[in-house]
Design a protein around this ligand. Structure first.
Ligand code: HPA
Ligand SMILES: [Zn+2]
Length: 359
């Protein structure tokens, strides 16, 4: 919530596009316990955090770093087994997104984390697609899927997954339209260049996590070797001093999918005021504001918008620019972008387009 109800109403009404949401990161402790019981998946007994929904939620407020979070993230997704489970997971997210004013979603999922447990690719994608179709028809939310490759595993495992016939089939039939790179930033993006080159050659969209915990140099690396048009997180660009790289990101019209609450919860920055939002605005770096793993970080997209507003006191004009950039850098059709821009105009007209701060 924003302190001012007028500010809150404006941010709530903005037609949001979410570019950086890991659907597995929308697995709430409530759904985890339900699925673990249904599927007879035992939760760890050597970690008292798994004793109850409440103790798990408390643990989620105490992450020490990205790897500490990822440990829970990978354990919890073991409870996802059937097509219905994946549908429930995504539907949970879409219903919440609707109440936050989300109109379009470009979501990540982690195939390798499920295939390695014996869950078939079609089970994952069919479940997610069922929720996507329902979200479009019942909630008016359009969405696209990007499969993320896992950077903490040997690159040959990513290559084998990428090349497998069922994964290729879903790229070809358009169920999955993009390729991303996530997990611990312990390997440079360069190593995944073969996948990204092949993905580019078959027309897939390209993005990669870089400069979350890792150095700004990884952004340059992702641009040089992966050919991405978006960078996920990328905050080190505004924290490490590299004016040439900053200029390159601006000149190449790269969008950063920033996740300010995630950065605080995972201690990439000591406080949200250290997320370089103002620096990016002043330098002309385009970015969207996103939740990342909302069920773990206790903040869905509107919470993230409010946290940014409370800290940086942005003007309505600045929010209009952020929303416009988010829409224009989406991977949806030109017609859908035009609908989203129209929805933004309506909100700006209703709430007044005065270039003043909101308080
Ligand atoms: O914040 C993240 N960073 C890297 N990998 C991830 N996978 C899920 N969330 C994240
Ligand atoms: Zn992420």
């Amino acid at each position: 919530m924003c302190k001012s109800s007028e500010q809150h109403a404006f941010l709530a009404a903005l037609p949001k596009v979410e570019h950086h949401i890991h659907l597995e990161g929308a697995l709430s402790p409530e759904l985890l316990f339900k699925l673990a019981e249904k599927n007879q998946i035992p939760l760890p007994t050597d970690d008292p955090s798994f004793a109850s929904i409440e103790s798990l939620k408390l643990r989620y407020t105490r992450f020490t770093c990205l790897d500490d979070f990822l440990n829970y993230y990978y354990i919890c997704m073991n409870a996802l087994i059937t097509e219905d489970d994946f549908e429930m997971l995504a539907w949970d997210y879409f219903t919440r997104a609707k109440s936050d004013g989300v109109h379009h979603v470009e979501a990540f999922f982690d195939p390798q984390a499920h295939l390695s447990r014996g869950v078939a690719y079609a089970t994952i994608v069919d479940g997610l697609n069922a929720a996507r179709s329902r979200a479009e028809s019942e909630l008016g939310i359009t969405s696209l899927l990007t499969s993320c490759y896992l950077r903490h595993l040997p690159v040959h495992e990513s290559v084998a997954t990428f090349k497998s016939p069922e994964v290729q089939e879903h790229y070809k039939n358009g169920s999955v339209i993009g390729v991303g790179l996530c997990s611990s930033e312990n390997n440079p993006p360069t190593l995944w260049s073969e996948i990204f080159q092949e993905a580019s050659s078959i027309g897939l969209k390209l993005t990669a996590h870089a400069g979350e915990e890792g150095p700004a140099e990884y952004l340059a690396n992702a641009l040089d070797h992966l050919g991405v048009t978006r960078i996920d997180h990328g905050i080190r660009l505004g924290l490490d001093h590299d004016p040439d790289l900053m200029k390159r990101v601006v000149d190449n019209n790269i969008l950063l999918t920033v996740c300010p609450v995630s950065n605080v919860v995972l201690r990439c920055v000591p406080h949200i005021s250290h997320v370089p939002i103002r620096k990016f605005i002043d330098a002309g770096v385009k970015f969207s504001v996103n939740s990342d793993d909302p069920a773990y970080f206790g903040a869905y997209i509107l919470d993230c918008f409010c946290a940014v507003q409370e800290t940086f006191d942005l003007s309505r004009k600045e929010w209009e620019t952020i929303t416009t950039n988010s829409i224009e850098h989406s991977w949806c059709s030109a017609d859908r972008k035009s609908d989203l821009l129209d929805a933004l105009s309506v909100v700006m007209n209703t709430h007044g387009a005065r270039d003043i701060t909101l308080n």
